[in-house]
Design a binder for this molecule. Structure first.
Ligand code: COA
Ligand code: MG
Length: 291
């Protein structure tokens, strides 16, 4: 999974457009992009979209309202019958929230005769100040967790920050959130998903941010506009040169089964490089590249 496109859950036109966007996943939103007066109709529209299914290979994720909103149970009652691939949990404050959400989902799976664990959770785990301090409680909290991402918009409003970017780049408090989320995702061994880039007409800025995310260990990014999807997919698809290098690393250790360290092109290659090469090959296979 490389790209996840947000679509307001009450907007049938945008949902239709999302299906043809090439996004690896659509995030059908019931939270911030849907007005309070439209929550009920959005649940119905999202359920219909789930029943119709995504484009071939496309996953459907539903972002529900947060645990403290008083809306999450009705959201889940409304959409679990459509068997979403995942529920996105906003404002997740650590492992305890994850377990609460997981139990809400488990009950609805049983009610709908779905297998236990069929629906995974993608957590947005940095949207409140407390959430930052609880990131360390996420790894191991729930086997449902399949992805972890972070958010800068709600966090900025929660701490009264005037902005979360300066000159297009994240400011310190938000870079910290991003970086901690990256470590939390890897500690939990789930997909590390970078947050949205809201300046949706700025493709160059988006590409630069995607490349930075890939460089640092994110393997996916969320989008808010269909035009962002091809940019994200291109950056997060393992490229030919990287795959060739990975193959050489794997081959070098096969050829030297007793070696702990080898040299390739004048650089030292040891266990961490082998793990990274194998991980890249696995991602390429998952992306359907014939490797
Ligand atoms: N998913 C699917 N289609 C989308 C889309 C999205 N996220 N964003 C825009 N589109 C569609 C528009 O409906 C429009 O379709 P049309 O040509 O058939 O009329 C086309 O893409 C071009 O849209 P554009 O005019 O460039 O943007 P806009 O001003 O209509 O919309 C936003 C701008 C930000 C309101 C819109 O991109 C959006 O709703 N994004 C998602 C917001 C969201 O879910 N936020 C929550 C998470 S942060
Ligand atoms: Mg939000």
């Amino acid at each position: 999974m490389r790209s996840l496109l947000f679509v307001p859950g009450d907007d049938e036109k945008k949902i239709a457009k999302g299906l043809g966007s090439g996004a690896d996943a659509l995030i059908l939103d019931l939270e911030d992009s849907v007005a309070a007066s439209r929550k009920a109709i959005a649940r119905e529209i999202v359920l219909n979209a789930l029943k119709a299914g995504g484009a071939p290979g496309q996953k459907l994720v539903v972002r529900v309202n947060a645990l403290g909103s008083g809306l999450i149970e009705a959201d889940l009652d409304g959409v679990v019958a459509g068997k979403p691939d995942a529920i996105m949990l906003p404002k997740c404050e650590g492992g305890v929230d994850l377990q609460h959400a997981a139990s809400h989902i488990a009950v609805r799976e049983a009610e709908n005769e779905l297998p236990d664990g069929a629906i995974t959770i993608v957590a947005i785990a940095t949207e409140t100040p407390l959430a930052i301090f609880r990131l360390g409680s996420i790894p191991g909290a729930s086997r449902r967790l399949s992805g972890l991402t972070w958010g800068a918009e709600d966090l900025a409003s929660a701490i009264g920050a005037e902005t979360n970017r300066a000159g297009g780049l994240l400011t310190e408090p938000f870079r910290l959130a991003r970086n901690l989320a990256l470590y939390a995702a890897h500690a939990a061994e789930v997909t590390a998903i970078d947050s949205v880039y809201t300046d949706f007409r700025n493709d160059a800025g988006l590409k630069a941010e995607c490349e930075e995310a890939r460089r640092d260990g994110f393997t996916a990014k969320m989008a808010i506009h269909p035009a962002q999807v091809p940019v994200i997919n291109a950056v997060f698809t393992p490229d030919v040169a990287a795959l060739e290098h990975a193959k050489r690393v794997i081959q070098a250790f096969k050829d030297n089964p007793d070696a702990g360290v080898v040299g390739i092109d004048g650089k030292m290659i040891d266990k961490p490089h082998l793990v990274q090469a194998e991980r890249l090959m696995a991602r390429a296979k998952a992306a359907g590249l014939g490797v």
